[in-house]
Write a protein that binds this ligand. Sequence first.
Ligand code: ADP
Ligand code: RBF
Ligand code: MG
Length: 389
Amino acid sequence: MAGNCSRPVKAVIFDLDGTLLDTESLVRSVSATVLERHGAKLTPDAEKAALGRRPLEAWQAVIEVLDVKGSTAQQLFDESEPLLQARWPDAHLLPGAERLLHHLHAKGVPVALATSSSRASLQRKLFTENKRHILEQFQAVTCGDEVAEGKPAPDAFRNIASQLQLDPADCLAFEDAPSGVDSATAAGMRVVVVPSLTNRLAYPKPEIDAKSGCCEVLSSLLDFQPSQYGLPGFEDLICGVTPMHPPWRLVGTVVKGFGRGSKELGIPTANLDNSALQAVLAETVTGIYCGWASIGSSSETYKMVMSIGWNPFYKNTEKTAEPWLLHDFPEDFYGEQLRLAVCGYIRPEANFTSLEALIARIHEDARISRSALQDPLLVQAQRLCMTAG
Ligand code: ADP
Ligand code: RBF
Ligand code: MG
């Protein structure tokens, strides 16, 4: 069996931004705005260098990568900070974050937080009605302004291990940033990576049996299997489907897809326009999901099974959401408003050696969806897509 059970994990340590909280799009837009005022443009390289670091050190990295002249990191920090502080309360938890934290806490597994944020920013990020309870679940917290050296130095993760009185080799870290992965690795921990950058080459190659460093790269926290690390497994699965709380409501227009003749294969997928996706989902979140759909002015709902991502089999360059409505329609409905309530996670996107294998797997996904969506818990989500607008 693949897995890393030989040394069971005794505690789980999370990074905050980009790992538990969807802050990356906020940070990206604020950084781009500030840089523009200084005649510079945010690039993927600059983002990679900054991600996961303490704010001042992140700006220093950006200045170096972009060769920004005439402004100090302190000046850029002073400009960006009020804009960010105003937006932190809007950052929402990433898919699967709440479920994983709640599960580990309920099973008595110590969980902790190792963030590069300052203590004051942490308060702003989590001190809203729907996020307040998250802080209570952590047995230990270390902030960027409480350690000598920030990530990628090991201080943050080391500090947590000593607070918990554990050997770092008994701790599992969750990180989204290359600098954070380096930090946890340098502290001697195993790391599960949930990337905030779309470029997989920005991260170390995963080795599931590694004694320290990157063990696996997941498309979201919904895909984590605790038993691979000797941790108690989830007990909430419905016919193999992970129920999602809260479900996502995706509303958009049905657009032309890639024209690959999916309909001829018996798998028509009503591609959603991209802005609908970007508004709700972090860039790097992908996977195969199930839920409910309704179309136009009708409140009738249909079961659906959907792929979100870059379709590794076809190596798409554009991210898409492609729901297959499990119903026979007499006509196409391009241009109509499509409302989706996505309430179950099935699996990560995969690659296949043949088109037949892909099609067989999609039919299996549909079968799983049909049965899981009969469960009262998942039936509840239907109401989310019934009303137009
Ligand atoms: P495209 O490449 O344009 O997405 P497809 O072959 O995937 O083409 O066909 C998708 C279109 O088929 C949808 O946009 C929709 O108008 C229509 N359609 C008919 N039945 C269904 C269904 N059960 N689920 C999804 N789309 C359907
Ligand atoms: N494409 C992939 O490359 N990998 C997948 O794992 C995958 N899973 C899918 C699951 C479902 C339920 C659906 C509807 C599509 C999936 N696709 C996947 C997308 C598929 O390649 C695309 O819809 C094609 O256009 C079908 O011919
Ligand atoms: Mg399609």
